[in-house]
Design a protein around this ligand. Structure first.
Ligand code: NBG
Length: 888
């Protein structure tokens, strides 16, 4: 039973009052000597006597011993660790040391690590409550966390100790780490960014929580059958999940449908009545802070019905009906929508979004009410960041709570709301813009639809005053789009409801000011629109995934402090002439390539040479990301190689072209691209004449964990979106941080990476963002003119070189007859030139190593710690609050 997975904890539920945030009393320590005494303590009996739903007690007796146990760190020696692992093995999992297998070795170890995290979690929250710290709440429908065990061990500084403990019972830590399933509650960059951001908040001691949904099925598992993507459900909760803590005490009712009753005493107040009420129950996911006692939190909501079981229906023989309500409710948090950069407008998705927003806003308000401060001070204690438009219903939901439940006037509520929310836009792709049909919203959330109408009305009234008579302007900026049916434009609602709006890289933040928010800049002032360039966590994306290179950085810096302060990697530049250092640097890269070669062999059966140039493109499959252009260039390369004599081929730089990524299940074109890549791979890889000079690999089931193996092994990585389409990209940062070189377009964060590391360290090609519209316009009315290289690729496909040409004709047609929206025909010639430049540079080994080291040395800007610090100072107005020495 997945729902019960977290209950495998040995923790004792001391405090199960409704909807309270935890205090340290929730989790006992597992210190061996103290455990017995705690269990027999009279205070515990008193607490338990209060029953499962007692209120938190006011201490009436001396509880100092209790607090001492709770606040003193569990001993870090190997004996204590061993004891706690054995306790979990036996008491949590009913195994004996004689019947331990690697799955249970992982679980018992992970649970023992969790004990430590939960203790620190309590300390952190108790401290932040006590000092009345302002918190940031990062609302995101996606958190692409990946694995936690290794990350937590490194954060706690206990990797060696656990390695020893596991070694003593015959297990290798690396194998045990491999037992963990990824928490894949996200699609791609947006979800992974959210995970990096909560990591940075914890590591930089910012009081911050993530809020999200606990999907029972995460990102689907991708299998490749006959070259095609096949999706299988990701049942990640089928085994116990040590990294969540169920909180039945933190459960909120969430209403849907129903009708409104107007309050006769107020123009804006309504009573919303409905029989359809679901419960959202919290699961807390601790976020380990590296090098600090602070532990962050992601609170994920799981949906159930509040009428648990209909006994009357059951007694009358209607067994299905008896559980029907439960099933309908659970569906809400069953699956992550596997779409990246698209919005498919499904009603279930809207209900998911509202469940998420309502539970989160109720929880934030419950925490705020406990402070006893007046509502006008909410923005002094809470900052809420909307991670794209998906959580935008939080805005009308907070308005509803403040007006209908708290009795504030519209103006008071609006002032509080707009001072609390800020909004990040992550894309300008039209197909990703969230819009909800008014009739659908009105049916499911009648109260919110009314509030949105009013928000819009008051906003338009203000604009009409500011720009009298400009009807065109009013219709352009209206939150309600006058289509049939009308649509609610969520990006506009988020913008109007927030005090700051940001893009995720400099170019993107400029583009949104010139396009979707152009009118809003005029109306609300340019200062509201800012840039916060994305970043990635150096913990996961260097220290954890690239241990050998991390050791070299540590050697150059003098200690490991760079893990929490990436500005220190600058010191690598001092080693640029150091021959031994350079050799070891390259050896680290080589070892990573061997690790990847091994991974490729086990996942695909393809044998590649680790001495070839590793050329990698891993990301969601999407037309704008242009994997198609990449595979066309591979086809052209194959053609060239076939023309050569064996001696000429000998002189070529051998290359392994590596792809990985998932296509949204309904995205036919993207799926055909996967098929084409695999068809080309099959032909090229089995061509004996070609051998190791060219190999093509599609690694199935791309994930955070796969990325941790792939990224450190790249020589070249490709980030080749049509200029202006990739808002930022974050894997580009990860690749360069791991000593790889970028082949990319002048787009997203590629530009800033180039500025930081120097243009000699990056291979740019392709048209510029401001040229795109003109090219598109031309291609709408004129036939594209593919150059000879691209034409060769088309010809080879059409000659059935890679199987039935009919399968791939639509991909060619999209270019030749469909207006070539992503400008493949425009960029292809410069793309091929850039490949040649890469090859030349790679031949000069010394220069390549210099590029690699210099790049890493200059990557400080792209730490998510820098991004979070900027948000904290310029958007959230929060301060670091380290728990260390907090005197609790
Ligand atoms: C994605 C962009 C990426 C960007 C991430 C994180 C969405 C809607 N947008 O370029 O496509 O790096 O967000 O900001 O998923």
């Amino acid at each position: 039973m997945s729902q019960n997975a977290g209950y495998f904890s040995s923790s004792i539920p001391l405090n199960t009052a409704k909807a309270t945030t935890a205090s340290s009393a929730d989790v006992p320590t597992t210190r061996p000597t103290s455990l017995k005494r705690v269990l027999s303590g009279p205070a515990l009996k008193t607490m338990l006597a209060g029953g499962a739903h007692s209120q938190p007690k006011t201490p009436t007796r001396d509880d100092s011993e209790f607090r001492d146990y709770a606040h003193s760190e569990i001993s870090r020696d190997v004996a204590t660790i061993k004891y706690s692992v054995v306790m979990h093995l036996t008491a949590t999992f009913l195994r004996t040391p004689a019947s331990i297998d690697s799955a249970h070795a992982y679980l018992a170890s992970a649970f023992s690590v969790r004990d430590r995290l939960l203790q620190r979690w309590n300390l952190t929250n108790e401290y932040h409550d006590k000092i009345g710290a302002k918190r940031v709440y990062y609302m995101s429908l996606e958190f692409l966390i990946g694995r936690t065990f290794d990350n937590a061990l490194l954060a706690l500084g206990l990797r060696e100790e656990y390695s020893k403990v596991l070694g003593d019972v015959g297990f290798c830590l690396e194998d045990i780490i491999d037992e963990e399933r990824d928490a894949a509650l996200g699609n791609g960059g947006l979800g992974r960014l959210a995970a990096c951001y909560v990591d940075s908040m914890a590591c930089s001691n910012y009081p911050g929580w993530g809020y999200g949904l606990r999907y029972k099925y995460g990102m689907f598992q991708q299998q490749i059958l006959n070259g095609y993507q096949v999706e299988a459900p990701d049942c990640w909760l089928d085994t116990p999940n040590p990294w969540e803590f169920p909180r039945p005490d933190v459960t909120y009712p969430v209403k849907f449908y129903g009708h409104l009753v107007r309050d006769p005493h107020s123009a804006h107040r309504y009573k919303w009545e409905s029989d359809v009420v679901y419960d959202a129950m919290a699961f807390d996911v601790p976020v380990p802070g590296y090098g600090t006692t602070n532990v962050g939190n992601i609170r994920l909501w799981s949906c159930k019905t509040n009428t648990l079981f209909d006994l009357n229906k059951f007694n009358s023989g209607d067994y299905q009906g008896a559980t029907g309500g439960q099933v309908a409710a659970q569906i809400l948090t069953d699956v992550l929508y596997p779409n990246d950069n698209t919005n498919d407008g499904k009603e279930l998705r809207l209900r998911q979004e509202y469940l998420f927003c309502s539970a989160t806003m109720q929880d934030i308000m419950a925490r705020f009410r406990k402070t006893g401060r007046p509502l006008s001070e909410l923005p002094d204690l809470a900052a809420i960041q909307l991670n794209d438009t998906h959580p935008t219903l939080g805005v009308p939901e907070l308005m509803r709570i403040l007006i209908d439940d708290e009795g504030l006037s519209w103006d008071e509520a609006w002032d509080i709301t707009t001072r609390t929310f800020a909004f990040t836009n992550h894309t300008i792709l039209p197909e990703a813009m969230e819009k909800w049909p008014v009739p659908m919203l009105d049916k499911i959330l009648p109260r919110h639809m009314g509030i949105i109408y009013d928000i819009n009305l008051f906003f338009l009234q203000k604009v009409e005053k500011q720009f009298p008579g400009d009807r065109e302007l009013l219709s352009r900026i209206s939150i309600i789009e006058e289509t049939n049916p009308q649509q609610v434009r969520m990006a506009f609602l988020a913008c109007v409801g927030s005090h700051k709006v940001n893009g995720v890289a400099a170019i993107h933040s400029d583009i949104i000011k010139q396009t979707i928010f152009k009118d809003f800049v005029r109306i609300q002032g340019v200062d509201k629109f800012i840039n916060k360039t994305n970043g990635v966590s150096p913990r996961r994306w260097m220290n954890e995934c690239n241990p050998d290179m991390s050791d070299l950085i540590t050697e150059a810096v003098g200690d490991r402090s760079w893990v929490n302060d990436l500005t220190k990697v600058k010191q690598l530049e001092d080693r640029i002439e150091d021959v031994s250092f350079r050799e070891r640097w390259w050896a680290a890269k080589q070892k990573n390539k061997e690790r990847l070669a091994e991974y490729i062999l086990t996942t695909t059966g393809i044998k590649v040479s680790a001495h070839a140039l590793f050329d990698v493109q891993v990301k969601r499959i999407h037309e704008y990301k242009r994997q198609l252009m990449n595979i066309f260039s591979v086809i052209y390369r194959y053609h060239l190689l076939k023309q050569m004599s064996p001696e000429q081929r000998e002189r070529e730089v051998p290359r392994v072209v590596i792809f990985a990524g998932k296509a949204a299940s309904g995205y036919w074109v993207a799926k055909q691209v996967i098929k084409l890549i695999n068809s080309v791979a099959e032909v090229v890889n089995s061509d004996e004449e070609i051998g190791d000079v060219l190999k093509v690999v599609f690694i199935p089931d791309y994930s955070v964990t796969a990325a941790e193996v792939i990224i450190p092994a790249s020589d070249i990585s490709q980030h080749i979106s049509t200029a202006g389409t990739e808002a930022s990209g974050t894997s580009n940062m990860k690749f360069v941080l791991n000593g790889g070189i970028i082949l990319g377009t002048v787009d997203g964060a590629n530009i800033e990476i180039g500025e930081e590391i120097g243009e000699e360290q990056i291979f740019f090609f392709g048209c510029l963002a401001h040229e795109v519209e003109d090219f598109r316009h031309y291609l709408r009315f004129n036939q594209p003119k593919p150059d000879a290289a691209l034409q060769t690729a088309f010809d080879m496909i059409q000659r059935n070189t890679f199987g039935d040409a009919q399968l791939f004709q639509p991909l060619i047609d999209a270019i030749m007859r469909g207006g070539d929206v992503y400008l493949l025909s425009v960029d292809f010639p410069s793309y091929i030139e850039a490949h040649k430049a890469v090859e030349e540079a790679y031949r000069n080994h010394d220069e390549w190593v210099t590029k690699s080291i210099l790049s890493v040395a200059r990557m400080a800007k792209f730490s998510s710690d820098r991004s979070i610090q900027e948000y904290a100072e310029e958007v959230w107005n929060i301060e670091p609050q380290p728990v260390l020495n907090c005197g609790l």
